[in-house]
Design a protein around this ligand. Sequence first.
Ligand SMILES: [Zn+2]
Length: 1170
Amino acid sequence: GSIAKATKDFVPSNSRVLMLLGQLERLNREAMLADAEIGRQITAKILHLIQTQEKTRKEIMSKGSSGMEVILATLEVTGYLYICGSCVNDRCVCVPGGGRRVGVFVSKGGTGILLQLVLSGSKESPPSEELMLQLHSLLAKVGPKDRKFGVKARLNGALNVTVNLLKQNLQNHKLLLPCLQVLRVYSSNSVNAVSLGKNGVLELMFKIIGPYSKKNTSLLKVSLDTLGALLKSKTNARRAVDRAHVPVLLYIYQDWHRNDTRHRHMLIRKGVLGCLKNITNIKLGRKAFIDADGMRILYNTSTECLPVRTLDPLINTSSLIMRKCFPKNRLPLPTIKSVFHHQLPHVPAGGPVAQLYNQPLGVDDVVDESDDNDDVETENDTENEEEDKDHHARNDDIETDINKLRPKETHSRPFEELKIYERFFLELSEDFQSGVTATPAAPKSQRPIIVPTAQALPPKYPTAAPLQEECHLAKGEQPHPEASPLAPAPTPAPVHTLDTINITKDHDGCCDHSQVRPQPGLEQELVQGMERMALEGTGPQGGAGGGGGGVNSHYRQPPLLAGGVAARQGGGAEETLAEEWAEEEGGEGAVLEVPDTALLLPLHDPDLYVEMVKSTRSVPQYSEVAYPDYFGHVAPTFREHILERVYGVQRTKIFQDIERLIHPNDILDKVVYDLDIQSCPVIDDGESLKFNSQFESGNLRKAIQARKFEYDLVLNSDINSNHYHQWFYFEVSGMRVGAPYRFNIINCEKSNSQFNYGMQVLMYSVQEAISGRPRWVRTGTDICYYKNHFSRSSIAAGGQKGKSYYTMTFSMTFNHKDDVCYFAYHYPYTYSTLKMHLQKLEALRTPQIYMRQDILCETLGGNSCPLLTITAMPESTSNDQICQFRNRPLVFLSSRVHPGETNASWVMKGTLEFLMGSSPLAHSLREAYIFKIVPMLNPDGVVNGNHRCSLSGEDLNRQWQSPSPELHPTIYHTKSLLQYLAAIQRAPLVFCDYHGHSRKKNVFMYGCSLKETVWQTNISATSCELHEDLGYRTLPKILSQTAPAFSMASCSFVVERSKEATARVVVWREIGVQRSYTMESTLCGCDQGKYKGLQIGTRELEEMGAQFCVALLRLKRLTSPLELRNHAHLLDVESDLIETRCKVSSLLEDEPQMIDWLNRNTHTRWLAVN
Ligand SMILES: [Zn+2]
């Protein structure tokens, strides 16, 4: 039996306690209960031993010992509570802090036995007070360790015994305390809480808790905790509201606040707040709190607590309650739909635009008072929590369908359809030479290789050619079949656009150009009206001379800067803004020069910029140019550190927000800027700032002056949508020097932001610029990001009810009088800037550089989407050279599908500048690859100040699986280019789409790996063969060694379900590009490497773009034929290479000149295709 076991297990075996336990067990077994005295003697002896000998205690508790079982059995059978209870109580079983011992007790069924004893004890009349006291003391200790304690107590009936005991002994404090402690444990079970509430326990608690008193504070504390636990039940919370307990709790809180001057009873005060916190989880509770003047009470008490740091928990809980109870409000907008609407060529039923615009008016803007259950708003939200959440989300998101991880073989489009894309790949063309030699005037010998333009290229596929021709003619333009192939350098072919070519459609449809022209909607007309008004207005801002014309005298500026440069489309009047201004100012020393940045910014030219703006089409038909885009940005040379978060900033800001409710008379509530109102008010009374956002990439919908130096700002939704507020770019003027301005962007949507972790906004001061410092600088203090009281419609929150918006707040003082300043989420990079840069880059072309700019297609908004081809000119016309030229592996890059991720454009600028550079590295790179680059996949989004979407109201980077040629032309045609390449067996070696990341630091890559995805899931590894080349890791690994901002640790190669329609995943799966990446650049800064602790700037971003190129050179070496044949060595070679950290220049010395193997291979494939 167990005594034998006990004997065997005990060391030493002849222990006296064992003998006693043996006797006890025999007594139990033989049911010699009658002789209680013997049992009492034995247990007393055991108790004595336990109390006096540490060794004995250990023996009883040791693993495998049955000592505890014997004692419990005795307890159960005999009810020798006194002895056994003491045994448990007196540090034998339940040594405070000795969790394991309690655990042993619980695991052997101890709590059940105790509860049973409570029940049987209660049947005596009257129950033995001593017995109940003992039992409850024990239960209070063991209960919290038993997860099923609440359920056990309820099922066995002990719950009611304890409650009755309490009711009958309210004055018996000795018994009350352990009973309350047990009740507190019972209450943590939600079913118990409801049942206890019905049983009148709430009222019972309110009989115990009360105003300040030095007596019985421990009773009070336990009662408050119990009450707090009970109030988590909504039924109980409602009951408490109905019985008017909210004002009582507030009164009690104030009383303790006033009297507990030495803060000895903070836990009691916190307990009261805990009750309020739970009651206010229900709507009725929040109303009762407001009605009882709870806001003012908690605000005042908290303000008084502020100087005492140890009272922070009280302030934080108060703040939490106040924020919850702050009446929910709708945004101060007529509708949350974007101010601007763009008529789509067709609106797919069920698509986001149909959903949004088919709703009855106002449905999407209803204030939702539902309870917001996501408890993100804990008292101290840390970055780690956020990242944990991300991590979980990601785990849920991993693709587990193995079929979706395998290459998709079905080519949806026949090659005949893809043939038209051939003309974007002249460098690959079989006709490359014949195109040159066909012209008699071009002798074959000694002449530089002439690359024919698109116009010059004779149609290779007769089936496709007429189609192009007709489309072409339909546009009312002359065909250029005889364009000279003798041009000294390739020229862009701007007339060829693919936007309307849709071979799968009717012939008619393809030439109907009217359908792609933007149709001005009502909103657009409205905006046009606004604009006219603005232009007809007086003053320098509107005085654009009846259309302004091109500003060609940008050397002179008025001293009083009053807004952006006018750049009216179409030109007209010859007199310029500056001349007008000069007249107005009487020319008295009022002429200032714009910064001369030609040397520092070789790709920037203000005149050219204005020219570019003229051909940029925006939905609001912007006519102004923002100064920063006009002057350009010269990256500052000083370091911009990631800000240390100041303690208590968020709390201070929230308290300032709450003050609005408490002192409503202090609030101005003056609208100073509003795109929704036809006559956008420009109040110029010297009391308010002036705002403007009506320029390319601008985003600010409304500005409301809340207090003298405080403004609430509302961002505009992406066009044809009602959300995605994150990007902002606006102008401010009329500031007072040195005044402490606070700006609040009140309709942010993400649950957290890098603004909480050291990121600052960007500001551009025109006064600084004309003083020779034209630059964006990181600025703002007291920056934080928190949930506010503006409710988000469930439609805009993806169906979730009760969501709120977030406030991003920053403070700043201005240094210059009469300044015009611009604020932006990140360094702006407009579509016109891109066009200017491309034109400047083209001018850098040398005879050694093959660079061609095509227009891939037109966007919905009527802007053209540039496609660049960059490689090296063949050195001669020899067959070998031409062959090498044509067979270079392709690298396909794209960027800026998300307009708010301007950093991606700066990285792209770095890449392009490097590729067009004159360094030997750049030359080698051009000789190594053919680069195909779509530098801006979403020009419309960029132009119109969107954050995420195109004019279709959709995220273009979720359309890659089946892009629509009408709605997503840039994606459709970019994918077609890749499909064409795959069809001719020339799929790129590397595909990379540049992005920006708003929540992570550093630069990193996402790639696609079947293996790494499968490893993360439960798919059995044997269920699929996993043959995978590890080559996808090479490029990021090289980057982590060469690019200071790049972090390998942040990279991921897992395929997520939510990303299955992104460029990266589709190009990997459908085009079969193993090295298919998204490169994410932080918007904030770095926490590793050379730039650790610094915010990222354009210099670092451009460097990243250049380093990407350098890494491609290394990659080339690693993918040379030798390694390609022998994959097993790839990683070894690579790590060797990286470990030695050889200099880039040394790499080049042994760069393989030609990839014969590749050449032959692709050549034969090419022939096969033909
Ligand atoms: Zn992105």
